[in-house]
Design a protein around this ligand. Structure first.
Ligand code: AMP
Length: 215
């Protein structure tokens, strides 16, 4: 299974990706997580990416594409992958097509998780992320067992700088302007499966599996 998860920030892509990796036993490639790791480790890539991330803007295509190329060369992607947060622009999608051609692979499905903007703002402002393993929680809808601590690894939970309300609004605009056109791009290839991103985490997961014919 080689799939792309598309959807606005806060659509639950990351949460669903974590369930999908367990179900399909394939790795998740999240460009947001890769950037956050680079920022945490203060690498040159991280310093560059942070400038854009803090504003809710996209990191330039060439930077993202180079990073994904490196990641896709790792042997674990041979058995499949879930791309979460990439591609986010038409040039990124075109580069991915080229990259996969060279690796003699193709995308099997693009799942678009649909959530209205107002709901996105409500969800993201309560979102908390594990500093250690990137697992996600919500102060209201998906509370950790112990406040402020990750259920999986005990790491500290924090609020991402780009999860503040004004930044969320910029991220949504960027999504509608630059990422939403990918629905048409992949639609023309007959790959898009639409899933309504409202309901419980398990309900949405079930709908995704159904859309993929894997329920
Ligand atoms: P995410 O966790 O996917 O919401 O990503 C957080 C931030 O990382 C985004 O707001 C962008 O600044 C940056 N980012 C992640 N993926 C990409 C991408 N494919 N293209 C450009 N910027 C990205």
């Amino acid at each position: 299974m080689r799939m792309i998860l598309l959807g606005p920030p806060g659509s639950g892509k990351g949460t669903q990706a974590q369930k999908l990796i367990e179900h399909f036993k394939i790795p998740q490639v999240s460009t947001g997580d890769l950037f956050r790791a680079a920022v945490k480790n203060q690498t040159a890539l991280g310093k560059k990416a942070k400038e854009y991330m803090d504003k809710g803007a996209l990191v330039p295509d060439e930077v993202v594409i180079g990073m994904v190329e490196e990641r896709m060369k790792q042997p674990d992607t041979k058995k499949g992958f879930i791309l979460d947060g990439f591609p986010r622009t038409i040039p990124q999608a075109q580069s991915l097509d080229k990259m996969l051609d060279q690796l003699k692979m193709k995308v099997d499905a693009v799942v678009e998780v649909e959530v209205p903007d107002a709901e996105v703002v409500r969800r993201i402002s309560g979102r908390r992320t594990c500093q250690n393993c990137s697992a996600m929680y919500h102060v209201e809808f998906n509370k950790p067992k112990v406040a402020g601590k990750c259920d999986k690894c005990g790491g500290e939970l924090y609020q991402r700088d780009d999860d503040q309300e004004d930044v969320i609004k910029s991220r949504l605009k960027v999504y509608h302007d630059q990422t939403a056109p990918l629905v048409e791009y992949y639609g023309k290839k007959g790959l898009v499966k639409n899933v309504a991103g409202q309901g419980s985490i398990d309900e949405i997961f079930h709908k995704i599996k159904q859309a993929l014919g894997a329920a």
